[in-house]
Ligand binder design. Structure first.
Ligand code: GTP
Ligand code: MG
Length: 420
């Protein structure tokens, strides 16, 4: 199993409610409001790590929820903040919203992104005390958050991508030059997912990825190749490994054309990537003759390194060529995108619809904020609510829309008579 694309669901924590407690003490009449604020909900935080190469873990867990903030209490006691949830993803994971827009490219090891913020805690009633309203019996509700669906898509980031036909020795090469321990065997499709290895050579360190499964038709979806092609896109240099001996009765020159064709058909921009050719299995019959044919045809355009990977022959020359080429290449850049925040900040916008003559409905962000925050069961609360409507321009907008004394106004769940 190799998962490099997966849908998951994330939710930040709800804000805790503010408390509407009134201070009580023996012998003290009307001690005043002392309800504390609700705690903020926890955030959903993504962290990029090199400890993982796949999104397989998300096959088992698809829901990630941060903790809710606790409600405020008496004596101005503040509700505890909800706990953040940290979602670890492999470096190179692109987070997209349900419409396929990029929210974030988790490009660098250790990168930390707050993708969803927890709901704000509601304010306790003592915030609403005024000279005329000594004992407000209402408090704000915390902001309730929504669940979001996001898609994680792994686009491996590596300096060097190893490409080539199955069984030519890509994994052997990776195992010889890097710290990776891939499975190696004498049959096709031994490797079932891209492997990464870290290579240290000539005072430099780089990441090499073994991209398996490329065969004829890969760019059109044959075999596993299509899904793996996406992992070549974020490399700086390709190393094309050939079985130069043609030990499986294929012509290595034809192999070379075929694999290149699949890669460039998948993404024409990959033609710009520099390519080094490894002529592997030089210990086998016909290798010398084929190498000569290859160099005659392509020697001008490519650096060709003859190798017997099994016995580490040729590795120095290859590493030298890679290090020198990489040194001249610009570093990899994150995808260029305008980040789309998943959560839209609610604002004070509103609309007025005339439902029928003399019946007006106010809708929009402002209304949702109010409904969420204010408990409208009592008189104090209603007065506060009306004041907000006036301050935010709703009352004058209603008047402009034709509301008169006695008109019906609907705001969320509340219905009241307009008084000019
Ligand atoms: N004779 C010879 N055999 C080699 C050499 N390098 C690798 N092999 C053998 O070739 C076979 C395939 O090697 P792998 O490294 O698994 O090949 P691969 O390209 O990763 O293959 P897939 O994972 O199936 O795509 C193994 O049996 C290796 O031992 C070499 O230089 N000479
Ligand atoms: Mg392999």
């Amino acid at each position: 199993m190799f998962i490099d694309k997966v849908k998951i669901y994330i939710k930040s924590g709800n804000g805790g409610n503010g408390s509407a407690s009134l201070h009580t003490e023996k012998y003290v009449n009307n001690g005043g409001p002392d309800g504390g604020d609700g705690g903020k909900g926890g955030d959903v935080v993504f962290v990029a790590t090199t400890a993982e190469n796949t999104l397989n873990a998300f096959h088992y867990q698809k829901h990630f929820r941060a903790g809710d903030g606790q409600n405020g209490g008496r004596q101005r006691s503040f509700g505890k903040q909800g706990e953040d949830i940290v979602v670890k993803v492999p470096v190179g994971t692109v987070i997209k919203d349900s419409e396929g827009r990029i929210v974030c490219d988790m490009f660098a090891d250790g990168q930390r992104e707050v993708v969803l913020t927890g709901g704000k805690g509601g304010r306790g009633n003592w915030h609403f005390k005024t000279s005329r309203r000594q004992s407000p019996s209402f408090a704000e509700h915390g902001v309730k958050t929504q669940e979001y669906e996001v898609t994680l898509e792994l686009k491996t980031i590596a300096d060097v991508g190893l490409v080539g036909f199955p069984n030519v020795g890509k994994s052997t090469l990776l195992s010889v030059v890097s710290d990776a321990k891939p499975k190696i065997a004498n049959y096709h499709f031994t490797t079932l997912s891209p492997n990464l290895g870290v290579v240290s050579a000539y005072d430099s360190t780089f990441v090499m990825a073994d991209i398996p499964g490329l065969i004829e038709g890969a760019s059109e979806g044959a075999g596993l190749g299509h899904s793996f092609l996406r992992h070549i896109e974020r490399t700086r240099l390709l190393v094309h490994v050939l079985d130069i001996s043609g030990s499986e009765n294929r012509d290595p020159l034809a192999d070379f054309e075929l694999i290149n064709n699949e890669i460039f058909t998948y993404a024409p921009a990959l033609r710009q990537l520099p390519m080094i050719v490894v002529a592997n299995k030089m210990d086998m019959p016909n290798a010398e003759t084929n190498l000569q044919r290859f160099v005659d045809k392509y020697g001008e355009d490519y650096t060709v390194v003859p190798m017997m990977t099994l016995i580490h022959e040729g590795t120095e020359q290859l590493l030298n060529a890679i290090v020198h080429t990489l040194a001249q290449l610009p570093p990899l850049e994150p995808l260029s995108y305008t980040p789309v925040p998943l959560q839209r900040e609610p604002d004070d916008s509103f609309d007025i619809d005339i439902l029928q003559q003399d019946v007006f409905e106010v809708t929009g962000d402002l209304v949702e904020q109010l409904a969420r925050k204010v408990n409208l069961d009592d008189y104090d609360s209603f007065a506060y609510f009306q004041k907000v409507l006036r301050n935010k321009g709703v009352i004058s907008a209603l008047r402009k829309a034709g509301a008169k004394d006695g008109s019906t106004v609907i705001v969320g769940d509340i219905e009241f008579e307009f008084v000019d």
